[in-house]
Design a protein around this ligand. Structure first.
Ligand code: NAD
Length: 252
């Protein structure tokens, strides 16, 4: 039956950046659908771990800084040691730096590109090598409205998210033959730490809200349906797609 194809029972998912915000919401959504989780973050994630375990799912937390490639072998090896396989990878960890492009520093460029794009590629590569040995898997990248639009004062962020959209399609082209689906979710304007500065700016907040047809900021819970769909058998013929969960922002 169709609803059974959305079940993640028996699946193993890695979610990066799962301490707060969208990563936490998606990790909990995957656990609610039946998956066991490996959650990765630069700082400990006790709250996320408690919620997942409270749902009766297994949860292995790994504290790791994804600004370099160094933690990738540990993430893969611990997942295999605990669960013997990797079915789902959600590349969610991401950072943003805001400054006028005339003054933007090399550090703010490199820091953002390293976490948001470089590590995403090499962690995907390492996970895909394991998925290809089994019956395939699902890789879900987190894109952005700035995968489609330029943004303001965020040159490295918009470049990284434009890159994520391209990378998603490239990897889908190459890895679909291994039964690995690579897709992305492009969240709209979501109420998390990442967007606190613009929500605190009364004028930006008002102008953003005026443009969102749904009339509100998105919440981490709003991504649960999309991530479960893209992680499940229900999306087996969806490849290289960027699913916007934006309250209609791009339709405006
Ligand atoms: P957030 O700051 O609440 O969460 C980001 C998480 O990633 C945190 O748990 C943080 O500790 C972790 N993280 C950051 N750098 C890391 C590193 N070097 N190593 C390991 N973990 C690290 O932000 P969020 O809004 O939930 O963002 C999650 C993702 O969604 C990001 O990729 C972001 O670009 C994307 N996104 C957010 C929005 C939005 O409106 N909030 C919109 C579009 C896309």
């Amino acid at each position: 039956m169709i609803l059974d194809s959305f079940s993640l029972s028996g699946k193993v998912a890695i979610v990066t950046g799962a301490r707060t915000g969208l990563g936490q919401g998606m990790a909990v959504g995957l656990a609610e659908a039946g998956a066991d989780l490996v959650i990765v973050n630069r700082t400990p994630m006790p709250e996320t771990e408690d919620v997942i375990k409270g749902l009766g799912r297994k949860c292995v937390p790994i504290v790791a800084d994804l600004s370099s490639l160094d933690p990738i072998p540990e993430i893969i090896n611990r997942t295999l040691a605990e669960f013997g396989k990797i079915d789902i990878l959600v590349n969610n960890a991401g950072i943003i730096r805001r400054a006028p492009s005339m003054e933007f520093t090399e550090k703010d460029w490199d820091d953002v590109i390293n976490v948001n794009l470089k590590t995403v590629f090499f962690l995907s590569q390492a996970a895909a090598r394991e998925m290809a040995k089994n019956s395939g898997g699902k890789i879900i990248n987190i894109a952005s409205m700035l995968s489609f639009q330029g943004g303001i004062l965020v040159p490295s962020y918009s470049a990284s998210k434009g890159g994520i959209a391209s990378l998603t399609k490239t990897l889908a082209n190459e890895w679909s033959k291994h039964n690995i689906n690579v897709n992305a979710i492009a969240p709209g304007y979501m109420a998390t730490n990442n967007t606190k500065p613009i929500r605190d700016d009364e004028e930006r907040n008002r102008s953003i809200l005026e443009r969102i047809p749904a009339g509100r900021w998105g919440l981490p819970e709003d991504l649960k349906g999309a991530v479960v769909f893209l992680a499940s058998k229900a999306s087996d013929y969806v490849n290289g797609h960027i699913l916007c969960v934006d309250g209609g922002w791009l339709a405006r």
